[in-house]
Design a binder for this molecule. Structure first.
Ligand code: ADP
Ligand code: DP6
Length: 330
């Protein structure tokens, strides 16, 4: 009753922003992502009849009450499917900064779902895993798959048709994704709180919903035809739109800081001198830059020398969940 799984983080190309059901983690809109090859979580779950409660160790420290409750919720769903009542010890290590806008929750809940279901002897397919991971953190449903992924929002009230599907594998189209680290601190407004506040109070949210289907369609066409410029343009447009909705929320908030804007201007400068690079930003100040692999060195060199940049991790499309033997955890 023990298994170990690894899942990689993903960055949203077209954002998931707003829930229609907060209990089941059902989104207002579909979203698209790339799974990355450098940031990941490794999670081991061991169930035992000797335990009276779940235990969650995150990054070698006992997790807090809320973090444990979130994990127990997903374990409960998996226990229900398996018909087994055992409590479990979850030991998880993030090879990505935690709660800092680098999507540790996405890789974390994808790895947890895979490891826990395997430990209880379930052989779930990727759609079933995706539906379960979604209920830990929405974006986690996309990290079940590698490469380019679409989370289809679904229509059903029970969430049965709300899960992620792969569009292209990580071997089908190589892109460079530079994860530019400006600030390692925890977020001021979590993505969960931020999307709720925006949905509930921002007059700009209706504009978001009115155009999102077209953004998804444009991005999917760009991915299918490997049209990098078209993809870059829609990714930036969609990121700007998501961040614009937060400015209309009550109370308003923004995830950018001045360093974020410095990097945006640098990317715009690069384009003006003929280097095709585009950016996106999730629920934090850090910037992710997309470019063609032939340009990655130039883009890296240009950004790494900026005083506001603390570091850059150069990523490419990564794989979906993998299962590890229990002797090779790291
Ligand atoms: P991030 O940008 O890192 O995803 P969030 O605030 O959205 O930030 O999510 C951080 C939360 O996700 C943590 O407080 C914790 O509850 C959960 N989390 C992070 N890593 C893991 C993990 N490896 N396993 C389970 N839950 C995790
Ligand atoms: C801006 O998946 O972290 O990164 O479902 O409440 O856990 P919960 O939210 P989460 O939100 C991610 C928001 C985003 C956009 C995206 O990843 O699509």
């Amino acid at each position: 009753m023990k298994a170990t799984a690894r899942a990689y983080t993903n960055i949203a190309l077209i954002k998931y922003w707003g829930k229609r059901d907060e209990v089941l983690f059902l989104p207002m809109n579909s979203s698209l992502s790339i799974t990355l090859d450098k940031f990941y979580t490794t999670t081991t779950v061991e169930f035992c009849s000797c335990l009276s409660t779940d235990v969650f160790v995150l990054n070698n420290k006992l997790a807090n009450e809320q973090e444990l409750a979130n994990v127990t919720r997903v374990l409960d769903l998996i226990r229900e499917i398996s018909g087994k009542e055992y409590r479990g010890i979850v030991n998880s290590v993030n090879h990505v900064p935690t709660a800092a806008g680098f999507a540790s929750s996405a890789s974390g809940f994808a790895a947890l779902t895979a490891a826990a279901s395997k430990a209880l002897g379930l052989e779930l397919n990727s759609s079933e895993l995706s539906r379960l991971a979604r209920q830990g953190s929405g974006s986690a449903c996309r990290s079940i798959h590698g490469g380019f992924v679409e989370w289809q929002k679904g229509e059903n009230e029970d969430g049965s048709d709300s899960f992620a599907k792969q569009i292209l594998s990580n071997h089908d189209w190589d892109l460079s994704i530079l994860s530019v680290q400006l600030n390692y601190g925890a977020k001021v407004v979590s993505s969960r709180e931020g999307m709720k506040r925006t949905r509930d109070s921002s007059p700009f949210y209706s504009g978001w919903l009115a155009t999102i289907e077209q953004d998804i369609k444009t991005a999917k066409e760009a991915i299918q035809s490997r049209d990098f410029e078209k993809l870059g343009q829609i990714v930036e447009t969609n990121a700007f739109k998501m961040h614009a909705t937060t400015l209309g929320a009550d109370p308003p908030f923004m995830y950018w800081n001045s360093a974020t804007y410095d990097v945006i201007q640098e990317i715009q400068y690069l384009r003006s001198v003929g280097i095709q690079a585009y950016f996106t930003i999730d629920a934090g100040p850090n910037v992710k830059v997309l470019c063609d692999p032939k340009d990655e060195k130039d883009v890296y060199e240009q950004l790494i020398h900026m005083p506001v940049v603390q570091g850059i991790k150069l990523c490419h499309p990564g794989p979906g969940i993998t299962y590890l033997s229990n002797s090779s955890r790291e």
